[in-house]
Design a protein. Structure first.
Length: 128
């Protein structure tokens, strides 16, 4: 069972839940990246590449995408370290923040759109 993360406001009840903050992907034969589903990673890998996750990892064909959230609309998006994160795909806002960097911080740059006074902080809330 994955850890569930909650992005919640310090001042009001505004909150959003995330099931993960990182997602592994595999590189297909044609170079495309495809997120690996969980559970069932091996089955998906074999089906699409003919190789197991372990074999793909040896070949350097397994990577991770980090979860980001838009500072304005809180849309959830995934990007790998070498993928350009320049703006929110949903609203075009140019500040998207890596959720991994927010874990455990008491304050963040994410202002609550609901009460406009609090800031949104990320915490692991246990397992689903
Ligand atoms: Zn946005
Ligand atoms: Zn709030």
């Amino acid at each position: 069972m994955p850890t569930v993360y909650s992005l919640s406001c310090t001042d009001c009840d505004n909150a959003k839940l995330f099931g993960f903050i990182q997602v592994p992907f595999m590189v297909l034969d044609d170079g495309q990246r495809r997120n690996l589903p969980h559970p069932g990673e091996d089955r998906a890998a074999k089906h699409q590449t003919g190789l197991s996750v372990r074999q793909l990892r040896k070949l350097g064909r397994i990577g991770r995408r980090n979860a980001f959230t838009c500072e304005r609309c809180l849309d959830f998006q995934l990007f790998a370290d070498d993928e350009v994160v320049d703006s929110c795909a949903a609203c075009g806002h140019t500040t998207v923040l890596c959720l991994g960097d927010l874990v455990g911080k008491r304050e963040s740059h994410l202002k609550c759109a609901k009460c406009r006074t609090g800031s949104l902080v990320l915490a692991a809330t246990g397992r689903s």
